[in-house]
Design a protein around this ligand. Structure first.
Ligand code: 3PY
Ligand code: MG
Length: 269
């Protein structure tokens, strides 16, 4: 045993803090990341090695469970990529469970009113800003290893809260939604919006893109960052050039499928 080994000292060293997503959004950075439906820590690591800024574990559409999300969050941290969870509904216990497993951000679908936005904002932050459920024995609090007082402050400081506006009602109430403190990003969901506008799936239809553009303009003019989803690079670039900062780009399974399909087409050519 080495002479300087001290058994009374913990062997765990705090990692260097990295700039969190919330700060990056405040600083005006444009950030990219895919939705993840696979229960695969390997694919999360690949997303990190590829250089994405975040991954969104999708529990709205897909089979992921909380236990899996906790393990996938570990994989994300391993490669320095932020873990965000999309819950399946705007429920405070769901929001706090996702943050408790260590997610850096929360994405909540179908926000359509000021009340719903306030419910989300309150669920994602501890007092005095909100009333997130308190437990210091969760992974986010390092199972009680974290300094209790710093934990609450840092969690409030670093948690990225993203409200999805993806229906006509949400778009109509955008002004009220934007008035709720604590919402960091308004995310326009083009697919659900296309359905709500009567053209399901036609995300490139002018009916849909006009509404998305209107949301982008109004949110930005009120000082709120905007996010959206892009299936391909050209639409991602288009939204980026219009000032969208939070770009969820494609889906793990979709990217794998496209790569395989292209490979097969090239092999058979
Ligand atoms: C939508 O477009 O409806 C989404 O939920 C995300 O892209
Ligand atoms: Mg949607």
């Amino acid at each position: 045993m080495s002479a300087d080994f001290d058994a009374t000292q913990p062997r765990w060293n705090e990692p260097e803090p990295v700039k969190g997503l919330r700060q990056r959004i405040k600083d005006g950075d444009v950030i990219f990341g895919p939705f993840m439906k696979l229960a695969s820590p390997q694919v999360v690591e690949i997303a990190g090695y590829a250089g994405f800024d975040f991954v969104i574990f999708d529990t709205e559409h897909g089979p992921l469970t909380f236990e899996t999300v906790e393990n996938l969050t570990r994989a994300a941290e391993r490669v320095g990529i932020a873990a965000i969870v999309r819950v399946y509904e705007n429920s405070p216990p769901l929001v706090s469970r996702c943050l408790d497993v260590g997610a850096q951000g929360i994405l909540v679908p179908h926000i359509s009113s000021r009340e719903e936005a306030a419910t989300l904002s309150q669920a994602a932050r501890f007092a005095p800003e909100g009333r997130r459920g308190v437990c210091c024995y969760v992974r986010a609090a390092r199972f009680s290893h974290a300094d209790k007082y710093r934990y609450f402050e840092e969690a409030n400081e670093n948690t990225l809260v993203v409200a999805m506006v993806e229906g006509r009602e949400g778009v109509a109430h955008l002004d009220e939604i934007l008035s709720v403190p604590g919402i960091d990003v308004i995310f326009v969901g083009p697919y659900d919006l296309s359905q709500s506008l009567g053209v399901p799936g036609q995300v490139d239809s002018p009916r849909v893109t006009r509404e998305v553009e209107r949301v982008v303009e109004e949110a930005r003019s009120r000082g709120c960052a905007v996010g959206t989803f892009a299936d391909d690079v050209s639409s991602a670039r288009r939204w980026r050039d219009l000032g969208v900062q939070f770009i969820s780009f494609s889906v793990d399974v979709g990217m794998i499928y496209t790569a395989m399909k292209n490979a097969v087409a090239a092999l058979r050519a």
